[in-house]
Design a binder for this molecule. Sequence first.
Ligand SMILES: [Zn+2]
Length: 341
Amino acid sequence: MLDRLAEIEALALEALEKVSDDDELQAWKSQYIGRSAELGKLSKRMREVPAEQRPEVGRRINEVRTALEKGYERREAYLRAASLEKTLREDRIDVTLPGRPASRGRLHPSTQGLREILEIWREMGFQIYRSREVETDQLNFGLLNMPPHHPARDLWDTFYTTEPGVLLRTHTSPGQIHVMRERAPEPIRVILPGMCYRYEQITARSEIQFNQVEGLAVGRNITFADLKGTLTAFARRMFGQEVRTRFRSSHFPFTEPSAEMDIECFLCGGDGCPVCKQTGWLEILGSGMVHPTVLENGGYDPREFSGFAYGMGPERIVMLKHRIEDIRYFWGNDLRFLEQF
Ligand SMILES: [Zn+2]
């Protein structure tokens, strides 16, 4: 029996060295130290052992059991360490690989255009004056020299609210009245940016919402020469120092005289192309000397004060610069369009 015990010990420890994973380890355990293992059966056969040998056999059984249990624990610890090392080796993170960039948002092309325009005017000493988008009929039309039956009102097809006399502004010009009434009789140099709304059919060229940037200068001795000089300086900063400009007489109810400013087409250099409709010129903004009635409505005496105003559309300028053919892209929320800017 003692020989058999020595055999079992040797066999078991030898087999243990070959165990290479947890499944094998559990199989080994049930074979050598489990409930039905030979070792256990031997201890039940103690009665067959002659009385004088029993103490020694009993001691040996316990020794072998302890040796096998310790061997099991050692092997288990070894396997666990090996498996951890393997995991660390195989799942190692290569910190030298470039990271995945987080996708960043960006400014809407219309906001980019707006900011570029505002930055130029800011450098030229114009303050930004924000004005509300919901206006009264009086401020949107009446005080800007367009009384209820003035034919010019047809130009501004309007979104009216359910509140009588309250509408979505059709242009940024009501801001002129707000700022004049706030500042009179101090001189004014402001820029009025913001969204405007018109009840129009949506086409490639017209949208129901768009930004406008309007400028206003009011003070003593402001002349049409100031208007031309200031707007030309703006055009040079916006489109390049070499750009040529021209003024064409026009008509707006709130300015007198009025003029549209064109710049030489920067796409064809004035030779004529589809964008400038072969004229070599691009219309950029409308302008004029503030009408005496408007000055008066703003709280300035037109015999003492004068001023000029102008308005332009950032979307139109962005369209020209980037040759965008359809204004509907701006508010269509199509990322394929927006991500190009
Ligand atoms: Zn052209």
